[in-house]
Design a protein around this ligand. Structure first.
Ligand code: NI
Length: 137
């Protein structure tokens, strides 16, 4: 078993807030991420596939193909968008890195599945110091 990772990038705006809470509660829990007038992050997305090496190509998976899949289904949906307003799969969800990571994983899982490889996990980096990893359970 060997692991192959493609790094992608997008930027997006969001606001992390709980609509059932007061402004004070939101500010206390989410800090600047609760600011009413949105803010952006430069996200790095690491997508890791695991599998066996194809003896004919020497690859686990064609990374150029994988890049196109991620661009089409994830990056085009998220890049330069507002996570709270513009992204159908984030509708009515908390726009946190954790929730976004789970959604991205669930979209990619059936797309990055072959006879000899499967999605292993994703790492979603929101800031230099904060990132989330998700492996499907
Ligand atoms: Ni934020």
């Amino acid at each position: 078993m060997i692991f192959v990772t493609r790094k992608m990038h997008f930027n997006a705006a969001h606001r992390v807030y709980q609509p059932n809470w007061s402004d004070e509660q939101n500010q206390a829990c989410f800090g600047k991420c609760a600011n009413a007038n949105w803010h952006g992050h430069n996200y790095d997305l690491f997508v890791t596939v695991k599998g066996e090496i194809n003896p004919e190509t020497g690859f686990v998976v064609d990374l150029n193909w994988m890049k196109k899949i991620i661009e089409e289904h994830i990056i085009e949906e998220l890049d330069h968008k507002n996570l709270n307003l513009d992204v159908p799969f984030m509708k009515d969800k908390m726009a946190s890195t954790e929730v976004l990571a789970v959604e991205i994983f669930n979209i990619l899982k059936p797309l990055l599945l072959g006879d000899t490889y499967a999605l292993h996990g994703i790492k979603l980096v929101e800031t230099e110091r904060n990132f989330v990893e998700y492996f499907g359970n």
